[in-house]
Every structure is written in C-alpha cells, then in structure tokens.
Ligand binder design. Sequence first.
Ligand code: ZN
Length: 348
Amino acid sequence: MSVRVEVVRDGGNPQDLAAIERVGKHRFRVRPYSEDGDANYKFALNIRLINDGAEPEPVALEVDWGDERYMEARRFLYIGNGDHWCLTPTVLAGPVSTANLLLSPGGYSVGLSPAYGLGEYERWAAVGSAAAYRRRVAGLSNDGREIHAYELGSGDTRILVTGRYHPYETASSFCVEGMMDWLARPAAEQEALLERYTFTFVPLPNPDGVYWGLCKRTGPGGVDLSHEGALGGDATNRVLLSVIDAVHPQGFLDIHGWMYLEQDGLHFLDAGLGDRFAAHLSEHPLFAGNKWKGTSGDDQAEGSIRARAHRLHGSVPLAVSYRWPGRTVAQMRALGGPTLAAFCTAIA
Ligand SMILES: [Zn+2]
C-alpha cells in the first residue's frame, strides 16, 4: 500500500489507532476524539497522510465527527507541514466530512487548523525571540510538564497575556508567538511600550492538553481554563492562577482561536474597550474590512478566569478569538504585534 494514515504523538487527534480505519484501497475513515463530547469544541483533528510512492495518488479521507450541529465549520481541511498549508474543501454528509485529494508523494499533516504541538513551542523557545525574555518555570502541569512565564519591559503598568487555554485553537499559539517576537524586536514603538509596561506572557498554560490533542480541557476530566479556571480545579489550573495573582495585572489579554469562518471574536466586560480595540486595529492593513463579533458580559460567570482577575485584581480583561480561514501561518503570527499594541491603546 503506497498510501497510509499515521497517528501523531505530539498534538495528534485521534491518537487511538482503532479510530483510524482503512475502508478502501485509498479510502480512510477517521473518528476524532473529544475528551468531554462537547460538540461546540469538537474541532481537534491532527493525523499524518503519507504517500510512499513516486506518483500522486487519489485519496479519500472521511472524517466522522459524530456531530451534525457544527458541520459548517468542518467544510474544509488544512493539509500541509510547518508554515505551509492548503485549505482543501470537503463534502458534508450528516456527521461526516470527506476530502477527495490527489496526494503528492511525501507526508502531510491534516487538520481543521495548521498543527502546533509542544515540539513547535519548544523549537520556538530554543531559537526564537524567547531569549530576550526573563523566563521562569511557573509550575508543573497535571502530567508534570513545565509551564513557563516570560517577562519583558520595565514599566509600572502590568499586562498579562495568555494563550491556548483550549488545545484545538492553534491560531492562539501562532498569534502569541508572533506577538512575543514582535515585542522583542528593537524598534521605537516596542521600546515605548516596554518603558511604559511590564509584560508577562504565558504562551502555553495547558501543555498536557496540547500534547494529547484535546479539544478544550487540561486532560480527560480536567478543567476548561477559560470558563472554569477561576475555581482552581487541578494542578495545571493552579499554575495559571498563581501567575495571575503574582502579576496582579492591570490589563489581561487572552488569545483564543475559533471556528467562525469570517468573523473574529471579542469578549469583554466593558463594551467601550472592545470598540477602542477594534477601532485601533482597523487602521492596520491585516485587519482591513475585518468583521468582529463582540460579546459583553459572558465573562461574569463564576468560573471565568478573566472575571476572577477583574474581581481580585481590578484587571481589565479582553479575550480575542481569531479565525483561520483566509489567513496563512505567517499572517497569524503577524496579527500578534498589532493585537498587543491595540490592547495597550484600548486600556490606556
Ligand atoms: Zn478558546
């Protein structure tokens, strides 16, 4: 057989071989895994498609999502490697989305988002702008993985930036990585921000969830850091809370991804903040004509980690959710700098 599907160990979903079936010579059926069955977060998929032959081969990949409500968000797949991905349309039938491909020789990752596992983070932390930051181990996750906090700047106003609470939302990791790269670059705008603010970043507060390719939680039976994180339900969760309490931030920017095809999301306590943030970004070419879907007040729920920071520390929180369709990996990274600058302007 020249074409096969392989399980991915770091960030893969599904990771159980029994969830991948060969149903024809070049036809495969894959059932993604969800740790809690919540269809609203069932967007994690990351497998390898491999063509060992010398010629392109036709391949049909059927993904059985076990859900019919959110199929609109599953009408495409990303196929590629590293920074280079093709958006490939799928055919929807009930809970199954099928991609009919002509697969070139080689190996390719397949998912609803470009892949970003622990390996990508570790490579960035080893050679990227990370060296410019004061880095510390903030604590250990449930499985004993290090969770890192990075600090830069000398100003009196403290800003905390977090990302990737929800493991399927790889947009968040690319964006925060790009944001940290941008902030460490020597230029007048960044130098002014670093004089005025002290920034703390927790780019990967849920390393177990990322490694296991989960949708939403810190583990099977674990915590949804966004909506339950105020309660400190497990070790991973408590590390994030300890950073928030140590930083005592005036501004709290939390980066997510989501599955809307055309809109980006803003979640705030103060509608004026959302408006100022979006207005500032509208001047940037990457956001020209961008559509925002704003939500006020949902952060007031008891479990919300952002509402807790507001209550205990007076933090001004903003959660931003970026969509993948219409963006490359390079563009997702490039959103980071303007996003941070717009947040600083909006809270000033
Ligand atoms: Zn999220």
